[in-house]
Design a protein around this ligand. Structure first.
Ligand SMILES: Nc1ncnc2c1ncn2[C@@H]1O[C@H](COP(=O)(O)OP(=O)(O)OP(=O)(O)O)[C@@H](O)[C@H]1O
Ligand SMILES: [Mg+2]
Length: 303
């Protein structure tokens, strides 16, 4: 294709996911739009139940969307058959979960865990590659440790090495720092940043940790299964790094918050703005166009 290189790595267009159980239907994604460029590293934030893991599972090919469009690296995930899906999971997407039990096999050593998913068959090659990957995540010296001999943060780094074993194009991490302390969380984030810049890997990290997400250039906020706003870093990455070096407990990086207007013109307004003007759901507001801005005003019906 002519424009293949300009295509984003991820394109979600009006993506819908409905979970059906015997009693009820949950609409976990309600028409989500998102584009992630090749080589980008973004964080996804949002309240519990907003659809973050659902989105990541769709992106990882672990479950299928109900409607809309989802393209990853030009591949249409709604049109894949089972076999194509298996290949997709092996070759395109790498996954890191919060829970180590899901990432790692406890009775194997670090290096054995990393070798496990590798497709290449020669034993020597596998060992070499696994060693390189452990080196990349800073754990070469602990390659023969079993999992119980590694800290939570170290186990998470092994999980990242595993996710990289088949050279994915997209790395997905669902709360990768959810169960480690702040220091380990920072090490893990630095590792993601290094992988992003050194390998040009596209990375999407779901996190609850606002401090952590502030260190990422672009943060996408999901509300009720939809992209509601984005925070874009207003300083260059380099400036940020310098600042971090000067001030170790930093994180004072400023982002601007941008709301996302969907295709039919709907907009989610930050709850705190509505609260401060006493506007509740289903209230009516007066919308006006004033030169270069659109304003919203609470509107009370005349008695
Ligand atoms: N397998 C499932 N079957 C039925 N409902 C589900 C399933 N998985 C998720 N849901 C529902 O879909 C909605 C979105 O869930 P999801 O796990 O994506 O949220 P989340 O943003 O990851 O939350 P958290 O921050 O707590 O991890 C929730 O209402 C959840 O109960
Ligand atoms: Mg989740």
């Amino acid at each position: 294709m002519e424009n293949e290189n300009n295509q984003p790595m991820v394109l979600c267009d009006n993506l819908v996911k409905i979970y059906k159980t015997s009693e009820l239907e949950v609409m976990a994604l309600q028409g989500l739009d998102l584009a992630v460029e090749k080589g980008e590293l973004i964080a996804i934030i949002g309240n519990s139940g907003s659809g973050k893991s659902t989105l990541l599972n769709m992106l990882g090919g672990l479950d299928r969307p109900s409607a809309g469009r989802l393209l990853v690296d030009g591949q249409d995930l709604l049109k894949m058959n089972r076999q194509q899906m298996v290949l997709y999971k092996r070759k395109t997407a790498g996954f890191v979960w919060q829970n180590n039990a899901r990432n790692l096999i406890p009775y194997l050593t670090a290096i054995e865990n990393v070798e496990l998913p590798m497709l290449i068959s020669a034993v020597k090659e596998k060992r070499e590659k696994a060693l390189n990957l452990l080196d990349m995540v800073g754990l070469k010296s602990k390659k023969d440790h079993q999992l119980f001999q590694l800290s939570g943060g170290e186990q998470q780094r092994v999980a990242i090495a595993i996710a990289l074993a088949n050279d994915p194009k997209l790395l997905l991490a669902d709360e990768p720092t959810g169960s480690v302390d702040t220091k380990s969380a920072n090490t893990i984030l630095e590792l993601f940043k290094m992988l992003n810049s050194a390998l040009g890997l596209t990375i999407i990290i779901v996190t609850h940790d606002m401090q952590l997400s502030r260190k990422v250039n672009r943060i996408v906020n999901i509300r009720n299964g939809r992209t509601s706003s984005e925070f874009i870093m207003t300083k260059s990455y380099l400036e940020e790094l310098e600042e971090l070096e000067e001030n170790q407990q930093a994180g004072e990086v400023s982002h601007i918050e941008l709301s996302v207007i969907d295709k039919v013109g709907r907009l989610q307004i930050p709850a705190k703005y509505l609260e401060s003007l006493g506007i509740k759901g289903k209230d009516k507001v007066k919308v006006a166009l004033e030169d270069d801005r659109i304003t919203l005003q609470p509107y009370k019906l005349p008695n």
